[in-house]
Each structure stands twice: as C-alpha cells, then as structure tokens.
Design a protein around this ligand. Structure first.
Ligand SMILES: [Zn+2]
Length: 264
C-alpha cells in the first residue's frame, strides 16, 4: 500500500515555504522589506513627523522617492493654515525627526529660529495650494517614480502646457477615494514642468478652480502629474494619501506596461 505523501500544496507545505522565504529574506539582508510592512502602523501615528518618516522609508524602498527627490506634508492647522513639510535636500530613506519645517499658507517658515537653517522644499507652494483649494485635505504627498515619469512625458506634446492621462477599467481604481467600481475612469491632469513655482501653481489653480469640489462623494481629481517630474496626490489623512500614491503607482505601471505589449 502506498504511503500518503503530504501534498506539496497543503497548508503545512505552504507554511514551510513561507518560513523558508522569511528566513531567506532575513539572511539576505532584506530586513528593510519587513520594516516596510510596519509602515502602515507608523503612518497612522498621531505624530505627523513619525508618519512622514515612515512614508519616506517605504517610498524610498519601493523606488518612488529616490535620493532627495519628493516632498511630503501634513496639515497641522487650518485657521490659519499651517503645514509640516519635509525640509529641502533631505534623503527620503533616512528622514530624521528634525528634517521638517512648519510653513504658513504662503509657504513661509512659521518659526525660522526653530528651523535652524533648514529650508522648506522648493515645491512647498504646491502643497499650500492643494491644502487651500481642497478643505478636506489632511496630507499631500509627492513622488518621482519611474512609471509616473514615463507616462507624464508620453502624455504631453512639445509646447503643450496641459494634457490629461485617462486610466480606465481597472479594479484598482477602487483604491481611490469615492470610486466603487472598476467600470469607470479617472483623468489625471498633466502639467508642463517648471522651476517657477508661482507660475506653475497658477496653472494648477486654474484646473482646480474649474473642477466641482462641492460633492460629498467622489472628488473630481485625485492627483496630477508634472511632466518628466512626478506625481502629486493627497488624502483626508496621511494614510489615505499614502494609499493614493500606492494605487496610482500600480495604475501607472500597468498602463505603461500595457502600452508596451504588441497589439493583438
Ligand atoms: Zn518634485
């Protein structure tokens, strides 16, 4: 009589494989991946700087915020508007507790003495604009990912100032606030990049002003791209903004990879 061998697909075998994978992760110096898995808890922390530091570690590990690129902010107060934002030139893989500054609605430092020489990011004005234009916003996140950069360049012709990327039909769209079905689309504005933040913020404000933000449900925009540069998105909380980055990055990658497939 044949002895019954455990199926390689049994729960016991699966648990063994999982243990093996975990031990490989540890032994091959991949501890940072396990650290990333706890980022969600830290992002939900009451302390804004702790949450933003966790975002930096995770986004760097996932290739969305390499080097000193990207900037992140949390709304600390609304009356008057006050943001905690990453200081300029900080490596996002190793943000320290003091690598942030507080700014007002104009992007000016609220307490220059406390900033101790740290400057706010050049793109602070865009964070202020988003926080002012959308009263429900609690956090604004900006990343420089490969797929977002590729799509942003492909979507804007030379000389154009504004275009749009349509993403349609994906189940993952449901990760964006207010979307409950795959059978829909989202349009992501693409703005020509600029080093003049005042001029760029005027162009973005024009598009925001034309959108209807009055509804309780699905917002008219979830984010925008700067051509050859990166993504801005936001959320009512830091956790929601972080989720929007994750969802957009998935949607950008599948959209770009889909375009690379030979047509049937
Ligand atoms: Zn940037």
């Amino acid at each position: 009589m044949l002895r019954q061998e455990p199926s390689p697909f049994s729960a016991v075998a699966a648990a063994g494989r999982l243990r093996a994978i975990c031990s490989i992760a540890y032994s091959s110096g991949m501890e940072h991946l396990l650290e990333v898995s706890s980022a969600g808890m830290l992002v939900a922390s009451d302390d804004a700087a702790t949450g933003l530091r966790a975002v930096g570690r995770e986004f760097h590990a996932r290739g969305w915020s390499l080097g000193t690129s990207s900037n992140y902010s949390v709304v600390l107060d609304r009356d008057p508007l006050e943001l905690l934002i990453t200081a300029s030139g900080k490596d996002k893989s190793a943000l320290g507790p003091d690598d942030f500054v507080r700014v007002d609605a104009s992007g000016r430092l609220i307490d220059p003495a406390a900033a101790a020489g740290r400057k706010s990011s050049a793109e602070t004005l865009l964070h202020c604009l988003i926080a002012e234009q959308i009263p429900a916003v609690g956090a604004v996140l900006h990343t420089h990912s490969v797929w977002g950069t590729i799509l942003s360049r492909a979507g804007l012709s030379a000389g154009e100032q504004l275009s749009s990327l349509r993403i349609a039909g994906y189940e993952m769209l449901k990760g964006l606030e207010g979307i409950a079905t795959h059978d829909t689309h989202t349009d992501v504005p693409i703005f020509a990049n600029s080093q003049d933040m005042v001029e760029l913020s005027h162009r973005i404000k024009t598009v925001f002003d034309a959108a209807d933000w009055s509804g309780d449900g699905r917002p008219p925009l979830h984010g925008f791209l700067l051509s050859g540069h990166g993504l801005y998105t936001w959320g009512r909380t830091l956790a929601e903004a972080r989720r929007h980055i994750e969802i957009f990055e998935f949607l950008f990658e599948v959209t770009a990879r889909q375009r690379m497939l030979p047509s049937a």
